[in-house]
Design a protein around this ligand. Structure first.
Ligand code: ZN
Length: 277
C-alpha cells in the first residue's frame, strides 16, 4: 500500500537502523564461540521498558551496544548532536546511560554481579563526529575493528552465564507495542515479491522470471513462498488457504500456488475447510 509521508520516513529510519545492526553483526559473529550474543532485547524493569541492540556476555563482564547508522558530519554536544545542515538530534549517549542503569537494576534483581560496560557504536563508514571527547563511551567506524581485535575472549562462558542469557531471553517481550501503521487486507496491493528487491510481480510465466524493477532472475517458487510468509507475518490470525493465497499472490494461477502449499506446508482439515500451517 502507499504509506503516508510520516510512515514512509519512519520506515526508512527503521530500515537504516536494521542495516546498521546487520553491519555490526559481522563484527560480533566472530566472537560466537567465546561469548554469548543477544540481539534486539526488549526488557522491562519496574515498569520502565528498555531496548538493547546487542548484549555480549563475556566470562568477566557484560557489554551493551547501542548501534547507530548515522551518516555525514555531526558536531558532538553533551546533550545534542548538530548536523552540518543544522538538524539537531539527541546525543545517543543519554539513552545509552538510561539503558545501562535499567540493565544494571535488572541484573541485580536477577542476582548477577557482573560488571557492565556500554558503548554507542557508529557503524557507518561515512560518519564523522567532530569535537567528541576521547573518553566518551563511543566507538567510531574506524575504531570498531580494533576494539573487537583487543577484546579478551579466550575463556568460554560459564554455566551461570548461559543461565543468565536464557533468563534474559525469557524476559524478552516480543509483543512490545510497535508503531506499525494500520493496514487492512483489501488495502494492500497483491502479487508475489521479487526475492531480491521486493517489487511485486502481478503475473509470471515458467519457473524463473526477470524482475522488471531490479533485473534479477527470480525463482518463481521462492517468490510464491516469500509471498505466503509475508501474508503470515502481516495477518498472523488468518488461515492460509489455497483460495486466499491465490488472491494474495495476485497471479490467478491457483495450480502453482497450490503446489507450493502442498510441498512446503502441512495441510489441516479437508475439502473446503482445508488450510495450511
Ligand atoms: Zn527485483
Amino acid at each position: 500500500m502507499h504509506l503516508s509521508n510520516d510512515d514512509y520516513y519512519y520506515y526508512l529510519n527503521l530500515l537504516k537502523g536494521f542495516e546498521g545492526e546487520k553491519r555490526f553483526d559481522e563484527f560480533t559473529e566472530k566472537l560466537k564461540e567465546f561469548c554469548l550474543i543477544l540481539n534486539d532485547l526488549q526488557l522491562e524493569i519496574r515498569r520502565s521498558s528498555f531496548q538493547i541492540d546487542t548484549l555480549l556476555i563475556l566470562f568477566d563482564r557484560i557489554i551493551l551496544f547501542e548501534i547507530k547508522n548515522y551518516e555525514g558530519v555531526h558536531y558532538w554536544g553533551k546533550e545534542k548532536f548538530t548536523k552540518l545542515n543544522g538538524v539537531v538530534m539527541e546525543n545517543p549517549a543519554l539513552q545509552l546511560q538510561k539503558t545501562r542503569v535499567r540493565l544494571e537494576l535488572l541484573l541485580s534483581e536477577l542476582g548477577c554481579q557482573m560488571k557492565v560496560e556500554a558503548f554507542v557504536v557508529y557503524v557507518n563508514p561515512e560518519f564523522t563526529l567532530l569535537g567528541a571527547p576521547a573518553d566518551e563511551q563511543l566507538l567510531l567506524p574506524t575504531q570498531i575493528s580494533g576494539y573487537f581485535g583487543n577484546l579478551r575472549v579466550d575463556t568460554a562462558p560459564t554455566e551461570e552465564q548461559i543461565k543468565l542469557a536464557g533468563t534474559l531471553t525469557k524476559l524478552h517481550k516480543p509483543d512490545y507495542p510497535s508503531k506499525m501503521p494500520e493496514y487492512r487486507y483489501d488495502q494492500l496491493i497483491k502479487g508475489i515479491p521479487c526475492t531480491a528487491c521486493g517489487a511485486l510481480f502481478g503475473t509470471f510465466i515458467g519457473h524463473r522470471q526477470s524482475c522488471a524493477n531490479c533485473g534479477k532472475k527470480v525463482n518463481v517458487k521462492n517468490a510464491i513462498k516469500t509471498g505466503i510468509s509475508d501474508f503470515r507475518l502481516l495477518f498472523p490470525n488468518e488461515r492460509v488457504t489455497s483460495a486466499r493465497m491465490t488472491d494474495w499472490c495476485g497471479t490467478g494461477r491457483r495450480d502453482r500456488i497450490f503446489r507450493v502449499l502442498r510441498d512446503e506446508f502441512t495441510a489441516k482439515g479437508s475439502g473446503n475447510a482445508r488450510y495450511y500451517e
